[in-house]
Design a protein around this ligand. Sequence first.
Ligand code: NAD
Ligand code: USQ
Length: 384
Amino acid sequence: MRVLVIGGDGYCGWATALYLSNKGHDVAILDNLVRRLWDMELQSETLTPIAPIQTRLQRWKDLTGKDIELFIGDVNNYPFLEQSMLQFKPDAVVHFGEQRSAPFSMIDREHAVMTQSNNVLGNLNLLYVLRDHFPECHLIKLGTMGEYGTPNIDIEEGYITIKHNGREDTLPFPKSPGSFYHLSKVHDTHNIHFACKIWGLRATDLNQGIVYGVLTEETGMDELLINRLDYDGVFGTALNRFCIQAAVGHPLTVYGKGSQTRALLDIRDTVRCIEIACENPADAGEFRVFNQFTEMFSINELAMMVKKAGNTLGLDVEIKNLDNPRVEAEEHYFNAKNTKLIDLGLEPHLLSDSLLDSVLNTAIKYKHRVNKKQILPTVSWRRD
Ligand code: NAD
Ligand code: USQ
């Protein structure tokens, strides 16, 4: 297949582009490299030293003989997006190209507005290119489990059948997201659903949990192919951060009581889920939602697992509960369904089997690059 990976210079996108290329698909990356700019703005850096995108792609070609085409530009530049897609002619578009940090979106008005305009309007532009030129192309869009929030009922995969006053209907599952970033994903979801309904587009919305890990078969082939791994208080995510904190002897930063529960998956499962979605396209007019995660843990459980794994490597790991900078439920019910990708063949990597390999060892290898000043959270959800 010809697969366009939008956001292919980022954490999930880079691993996915190489994985699909290795599987024999014709892959192109479209990215405006803005994430590298945001790192500069925040004065933070990925733990792992990532090479410029052109160097990465040249190394991939030298090693494997496989060419990945590169389009550098913004999905919000409509003529650029349209021309790139007309040139590449994708059978499937995997859309990772958004601002993905909840804290970044909560810094101030500018960051909230930028997040929503970047994400929502970029996605809307993409829907119009699909409508006008590629109505058969399968859109695989990265959503998030955080769209649902933490309702006091089981979370279904996208839709729920409701009986109300003697009538019954299957409707989009109610959304209650926890940041302006997570809200941008809900807005995307509604726009894609509507576009499928009115224009007959085919789309799969992957409501992905928190991704952990850094190594995939392909990104581990060579130092120049290494993936990014964020640990800072804005872009770093819980488990990846805890591993890096353990490696440098910083207390693990559990926010609030730590009983918040989240859905997670290994980056090796992210790339496999995208492959599964590509191989099993949605029908024309279908807006399909898969919950893309493999396991659920509370933040305390994650911290305890990292502490134990760290101890086996001789690390002295302390866990510290910080005042929660976010406004979120800390004690809540959380039980989400995730059978659709498993039914299509996903065989999950379990955290208990892979914690050391997936992050801790990489964290230890590159710990000299950690700037400890970047670890504590700096963004508050509150008005004061
Ligand atoms: P990332 O920041 O590492 O990568 C995103 C990439 O998209 C970057 O390379 C960036 O330059 C590019 N991009 C952003 N806006 C763009 C635009 N307007 N035009 C072109 N390119 C643009 O993020 P990631 O962690 O790889 O996440 C990828 C996607 O997966 C996001 O949509 C995110 O919401 C979703 N997701 C990520 C996680 C996670 O834990 N990392 C979990 C669930 C969902
Ligand atoms: N948390 C801590 N300590 C930390 C970091 C986070 O306790 O050092 C807590 C947060 O308070 C929150 C939970 O861990 O309760 C998750 O936070 P996170 O930063 O790991 O993840 P989140 O902000 O939800 O965002 C990440 C990605 C985002 C994706 C989302 C999937 O950045 O792109 O959409 O995970 S989900 O969480 O399922 O919505």
